[in-house]
Structures are given as C-alpha cells and as structure tokens.
Design a protein around this ligand. Structure first.
Ligand SMILES: C=C(O[C@@H]1C=C(C(=O)O)C=C[C@H]1O)C(=O)O
Length: 415
C-alpha cells in the first residue's frame, strides 16, 4: 500500500475539521463540509484554486468535487464546481472522529501545513474584508403585497403556481463558530442534507439543512428525485410532535405538491423515460415542519441510460417546488417582483462523483433550501412558499416564518 499524504507529512494527529476549516479559510481556498441525510459521516473538501470554475455539471466528465449553483442558471453554466483537491471523511467514534482520506492532495502549499500546525484545535476569528452586507431584509407589508400580486396573476391566468420568497436578518453572536453550528445542525436535523460552503473570493459562507433531493445517482446506478411541497408545522397547538400518519392536508397543499410531481413526470416524458417507480405522496418530517413528498426512482442500468442524472439536472432546475408552473412566466414574475437577488438560495448544491466504498462513485445534489448566507456578522436567512389560487397572504408569511425557524432556532440556541 502506498503511504498516504497524511502519513508522509505526519499529519495523523492534526486531524480536526476545525483545523482544516481555519487553514483553508486563511489561504482563501473554497471549501465545504457536508453530511448526507441519515448518515453520520462528515465530509470535508477543499479546492486549492482560489476562484472555483463555473461550469455545467456533466457527471460523466467532470471528476470529483462539489457543485454549487445559483437560482438563476438557465443553461447550467453558472454552476461553481469546487474540484476535490483534498477530500477527507470524518467518522464518528465514541470519543472523537476518525479521519479517512477519500482524495489525498498530490501536492500542497507548505503554508497550509504550517497553518494546520499553528492554529491548534481552536476556532480563530479570521479578519474579514470590510465587505458591506448587500442583501436586503424583506418587510412583512412588502411580502404581503408581493403574495397578493402573485394571487392576482394566477387569477388572471398568467401561471398556476408561483413560489415567492423573502429574507430575514439575524445578527451573529460574537462567539459564532461555523464548525460548531454545522455540527449542531447535523445533530438537530438527522434527515437533512447539512452543508457549509465557503467561497472566499465572494467573501461569503452559505450554510443550511436541506430536506429536498434534486438529483441523486448512487454507485449502483439508482437515480432518485422527489416532488416536495406543501407545508405545515410538525407540532400541534400544545407543542407535541404530530405523527406523520395522522397529518391532515388541505386541497391547497395537495394541489401545490401535485404540480411538482407533474412537472417531474413531464421532464421524464420529454426524454421518453417511462419506466419509473413513483412512491407517495407521503407526509415527511423536515425539522420543525411537515411536507408532502413523492419519490421518483429509476434504475438507470435497466433502462440503459447512464447519463440520466446529467440530463435530468439540466431539465429539472428550477422545479415547481422553488419556481412555479409554468416555469417561464413564474421565473419572470419572481425576478421582476421579489425585490432582491436570491443568489444561491433555491439553487442546488452537493457532492459530485464521490468515490464510494465499492470503488465506484456517487452524486447527491440537493435544492438549496433552509439556507443562510453568512457575511460579516450578519446571517441572511431565506424562505419561500408556493402560492396558488387558494393562498392567503398572511398564512404564507407565517409559513416563511416557520421555515426561517429551522435555522433560526439553532442560531438562537433554542434547540
Ligand atoms: C421554497 C421553500 O421550500 C419549498 C416549498 C415548499 C412549499 O411551498 O410548501 C415546501 C418545500 C420546498 O419544496 C423554502 O424552504 O424556502
């Protein structure tokens, strides 16, 4: 067996994620940590190029890394690809974390090693460029007006559904630490895709706990996507968790979710894929909320379509879960009326071609929801909701409040 990079450099004891995060940040390396739904392994990936390249994700061609796309990405070429120059896996043990190398660097900046040694195991405050926070915070009356305008457009026949969103600011406490908040999100939301992405060239960090798979393809060629929509609190008025099997849904949510299922099936029709498994809709818990979810599963080996994930990523984004139906007038309405730039909120993100235990690779791309942008000492939280003809503007505002609570509760130490 060849000696690993870690062994050669006597790194074996300097293995904390905090060290890696701090050193990467200091050298302005784009970096990401993630934890897949219902798994305990935590991943750390760094790209040694200060500016990640923008490219369309072609799973067959692109190699191993992490994709990060903004909402507005009509031909897919606006996606940042953080190439995996270094990819470590942290497995939880009873006492600490055991590191495994997934991708070992072929060469490394000596400063990186020095930083790993110098910084110790503690969180450091990194001087930030004095970037002004550019995202504005949506006022309630503006959101109510926006939703009413959306409902009017639905009544006049412009579209049938539109997903409208807003922002909310939270001032970060002086002891805010990315790695410990990431760990807390992993613990609080075991079923979510938890991630933190640092893009030093933009001076931002994005962090979230997404409930929604956009496209996933495992090493055995099983493709999955889902139609997720319809929202209600996971707790009753006495604060007790509602059993998913006892959840009641109104016609409004059932219709809202069926738009998304129909949209996905239409995408499959476009490429003449007729053999798929459809499971649901069923009620699922996503943190403090419940949603309706239909899973679509396809064995790409059986239909001899290995490039299905690439084709579907292109067709699906943005789905009617974050945009609307039909897509074009809904997108135009969002861009003209929402009053702020969504940036990476409701875009997509996730690991691409990660080497798996069987020597093959897997990719898991999620919708960037229940997410926040960290810039200077401000967290901008994002939340949206599906508007249909039966929407009530005040209730939609309450829904976005609940959605911001998914991250808000963790930031405010309420969980
Ligand atoms: C748009 C968001 O969530 C999406 C919209 C939902 C809805 O309208 O009920 C539910 C789940 C997500 O597909 C968000 O969390 O910001």
């Amino acid at each position: 067996m060849t000696t690993s990079f870690l062994e050669k450099n006597k790194w074996a004891t300097l293995r904390s994620r905090q060290n890696l995060w701090n050193a990467s940040k200091k050298l302005a390396y784009p970096s990401v940590m993630w934890r897949l739904p219902r798994q305990s392994d935590k991943h750390f990936l760094s790209s040694f190029n200060e500016i990640p390249k923008k490219t369309k994700i072609d799973f067959e061609e692109i190699g191993s890394g992490f994709a990060f796309s903004p909402f507005v990405n009509p031909d897919g070429t606006e996606t940042f690809f953080l190439k995996a120059d270094l990819h470590y896996l942290f497995k939880e043990t009873e006492t600490d974390e055991r590191l495994e190398e997934i991708i070992s660097p072929t060469s490394i900046n000596p400063q990186f090693l020095e930083l790993m040694n110098d910084l110790g195991n503690h969180s450091i405050s990194i001087p930030q460029e004095n970037l002004k926070t550019t995202t504005h915070e949506t006022q309630k009356e503006d959101f109510i007006r926006l939703v009413s305008n959306g409902i009017n457009q639905i009544e006049s026949g412009l579209f049938q559904k539109v997903v409208l969103s807003r922002t909310k600011h939270v001032i970060l406490s002086s002891d805010f630490d990315v790695v410990s908040v990431f760990d807390k999100l992993c613990k609080t939301y075991p079923a979510a895709f938890v991630s933190v992405v640092s893009l030093p060239h933009l001076g931002v960090v994005w962090m979230g706990a997404s409930p929604e798979t956009l496209v996933s393809q495992d090493s055995k060629g099983i493709f999955r996507t889902m139609a997720l929509a319809g929202t209600q609190s996971a707790f009753d008025c006495e604060g007790n968790l509602i059993k998913p099997s006892e959840a009641l849904w109104r016609q409004k949510e059932i219709e809202e979710q069926s738009f998304v299922t129909r949209y996905i099936i239409n995408c499959l029709k476009k490429i003449r894929v007729r053999e798929f498994e459809e499971e649901g809709p069923k009620t699922i818990i996503a943190g403090n909320l419940m949603h309706l979810r239909t899973d679509i599963i396809i064995n790409t080996m059986d239909i001899n379509f290995p490039q299905l994930a690439t084709v579907m990523l292109d067709l699906l984004h943005p789905t009617s879960a974050v945009c609307g139906m039909p897509k074009i007038p809904a997108t135009d309405f969002i861009l003209a009326n929402e009053g702020y730039n969504r940036e990476f909120y409701s875009g997509f993100l996730g690991p691409v071609n990660t080497p798996s235990a069987d020597g093959l690779t897997e990719s898991h791309i999620f919708v960037n929801l229940r997410t926040m942008k960290l810039q200077n000492n401000v967290a901008t939280l994002y939340a949206g909701c599906g508007i249909t003809a039966d929407s009530d503007a005040e209730k939609e505002w309450q829904e976005t409040e609940m959605k911001t609570q998914t991250l808000g509760k963790v930031l405010n130490n309420e969980v």
